[in-house]
Design a binder for this molecule. Structure first.
Ligand code: LMR
Length: 395
């Protein structure tokens, strides 16, 4: 049965982590996977997470099954985090389920759309997270792209995006990044969100908003602006959230998928379809990550502590954006990289070729995704000089 199998290429992002781990160069730098690192290069467990875990150890009294939707308290608290006190909650038009990470949320969203319209088309931005295409294809959808990033000028191709979205059929879905666009770091501003949300309403396709980095751009509220506006304006949408980055719970696999329906009755029906999709996939989500997040969000004290720790991660990344641009200038780079300071979240594109990315890896042991996406979170005051010199060398 297996004899005909051919090896598959490594994942463009996760494959880099494996190579990085095997590299013995003491100066190596990991700018591959989107994972926060502190100035010492560690990905620490947040103190609020440690406190929540201690609380669980002391108070958890069963490991019995929950259900396919996951923890009701997590679902309630996480929905509030994403949407604030939005009317869709009072109107009982939203169903949220806990998922194994943000990727799990995307897969459930894809399967939900496929159950609404088998083989439906979903449009993703060009570029987008390397795994979107695979996840949606695996869920049975057809994936197409709309323009998003202007590679020549390192900015948003907003007109291209709007023009393309005008022609999207009403029965299709469109994935939009809520904030901290992965991989470009180029976000819509508030006016642009208004225009996009009005266009969605007019054209009638279903928006799927992917919010994997809430809190890593301008802050928890500001980063949710577009998503909340979309929920104000359209009747139906899907939201995919993640706790991997903002709670630092990468390996716990906790995220959420929410579906907003046009009415409470429609939402009741959706509420029967989502658990059915989960049941035949993985039956029910893992509980530990959800338990940590709900414990934090259910405690005013732990929530305050989390705000502080999240702000620290965000501020460090933003500081590294400026520092990298300064160091490139210091190392004689003529090319303008100031766009890096205008981008948000963990990522930016360097805008260099695949060959240059490979040279940086081969010559300097600096690991960058082939598209030239760098994870800014991997930069620190102690490695930025070496990084800037290595980039300068291949330009
Ligand atoms: C990334 O884009 O690097 C992260 O979301 C990690 C992943 O799973 O790809």
């Amino acid at each position: 049965m297996f004899s005909h199998l051919q090896p598959r290429p490594a994942d463009p992002i996760l494959g880099l982590s494996v190579k990085f781990a095997a590299d013995t160069n003491p100066n190596k730098i990991d700018l591959g996977a989107g994972i926060y690192k502190d100035a010492a290069g560690n990905t620490p467990v947040l103190a609020c997470v440690k406190a929540a875990e201690q609380f669980r150890v002391d108070n958890e009294n069963t490991k019995a099954y929950i259900n396919s939707m996951g923890s009701a308290l997590f679902n309630e608290k996480f929905t509030e985090l994403m949407l604030g006190e939005h009317r869709v909650i009072a109107e009982k038009r939203i169903r949220t389920l806990s998922t194994p990470g943000g990727t799990g949320a995307l897969r459930i969203a894809g399967e939900f759309i496929n159950s609404c319209k088998p083989g439906a088309t979903i449009w993703v931005s060009n570029p987008t997270w390397a795994n979107h295409q695979g996840v949606f294809t695996a869920a049975g959808l057809t994936v197409k792209t709309y323009p998003y990033y202007d590679y020549e000028n390192n900015c948003l191709d907003f007109n291209g995006m709007l023009e393309a979205l005008k022609d999207v059929p009403a029965e299709d879905a469109v994935l939009i990044h809520a904030c901290c666009h992965n991989p470009s770091g180029m976000d819509l501003n508030n006016e642009q969100w208004q225009q996009v949300a009005e266009l969605v309403k007019e054209v009638g396709f279903t928006p799927v908003v992917d919010m994997a980095y809430q809190g890593f751009g301008d802050g928890l509220e500001a980063d949710a602006y577009g998503l909340r506006l979309m929920a104000d304006i359209v009747d139906r949408m899907v939201i995919c959230g993640s706790c991997s980055k903002n709670f630092g719970l990468y390996r716990e696999r906790i995220g959420a998928c929410s579906v907003i329906s046009a009415s409470a009755a429609e939402s009741d029906t959706v509420g029967t379809i989502l658990p059915a999709i989960v049941r035949v996939n993985y039956s029910m989500p893992p509980a530990h990550g959800a338990a940590i997040v709900e414990t934090i969000l259910n405690s005013a004290e732990l929530t305050q502590q989390w705000y502080g720790e999240l702000a620290e991660m965000r501020d460090r990344i933003n500081g590294m954006r400026q520092l990298l641009v300064d160091k490139l200038i210091e190392n004689g780079v003529q090319q303008d990289f100031s766009f890096i300071t205008r981008q948000k979240g963990m990522f930016s594109f360097l805008g260099i070729s695949k060959e240059q990315v490979q040279r940086i890896q081969d010559e300097s042991s600096i690991y960058i995704v082939g598209s030239s996406r760098i994870s800014i979170a991997g930069i620190s005051p102690s490695n930025v000089d070496y990084l800037a010199q290595s980039i300068a060398k291949v330009l």
